[in-house]
Structure formats: structure tokens, C-alpha cells
Write a new protein. Sequence first.
Length: 210
Amino acid sequence: MSARTEIRIEMLGGFTLLRCGSPVVLPTRKAMALLAILASRPGVAFSRERLAELLWARSAPAQARGSLRQAITQVRKSLRGEGSEPIEADTECVRLVPGLVAIDVSEMECALAEGSPEGVQRAAALYVGDLLEGFSLPGTLFEQWRELEARRVRHDAAACLLRSSRVLDENSALEAARVLAERLQTHTTAPATTCGELLRLVRGTASHIH
């Protein structure tokens, strides 16, 4: 792991922040949620107003802005490495700088986009569970955001996997595709039609190989 990517964020199957392979504990769940939002779209600037709305909608505007500033400071302190500052923030927006942090969701999406047997196998290894599975902030708009974002990740993963599976011709890659499709299908809001078609395609291709 290079110095530029000594920080790793894992959001598939839960939430884990790692530095050089060792867990880093953020001081509050809302700081964790803030980092998860930023990591969902590395490089994209989120407005402070939107972040405050997602995490502190029940607070007065001034209090929400203050809580957001504190959470940004906490996240920055946890991510800051020698010579790198993964969080960029100004008076209006906050973003996670792409390339300075490794993110499992981004890695899975890139692996599937390759459309190769190796990419499918890497994606299956990464998708150990739903996005931020088991992580919640009851009473906040973050819950709605998390559900919508998890649905997007499942949908995009299933669509990419379906395209890739049409050209798979290795038993190991087909098995990885089957495992990933079944994991996607276990979630009730997954694109059932796509997952069902995917499973039929994978099983049919595997039977022809045998």
C-alpha cells in the first residue's frame, strides 16, 4: 500500500476505516456517516447545507453547522497522513480527494467495469454484504440516503455483472459471478429481474462448459 493510499474505507457489509491495515475508530457515528457520504462519491463536492440536512436536520441551523464543522475536524484528523490531506473543505462544500484513499465500493465498480473474468472475481470478493449493512442513524435523513445509495450500488453492480457474464468462459469466474449474483439477490430491494436473468445466464453458461 503506497503512502498515498495508506487509508482504506470499507463500506460493503458494514463500515470500517483502516490505516495501513489497522482499524481506526472515529469518535462519533455521525463522523462515520459523514465520511461514508463523502466516500460514496470521491471527488464530488457536497454542500455543507446538504450534509447538515442529512445528519442534523432536527437541530437549529446554527447548531447543525457547528456540529458539521466539528465532524469535519474529526474526520480530517483521522484521515490526515504525512504530506496528504484527503478532505478538502471550504465555506460552502466538502469533498474527499480521489486517489488519496482506497474505497472498496469504487474498487468493486472498477473491477466489474473491466468486463473480465479477473474483474468479476475481484468484485465477488469485495461484495461481502450490502452497502453500510448494519450501520444506521435512526431519526436522520441519512437513513433514506443510505437506502437509496445501497440500491444504486446493487443495481449498478447487477447491470455490470450481467454484461460481463455474457462473455465469461472460465469456471472460476462463473462461480464468482454466481456467488455475487446470489448475494445481490438476497436483498429485497435488489433488481430482482436483473439478478434472476443473471443467475439463469451464469448457470446456463456453466452447464455448456461442463
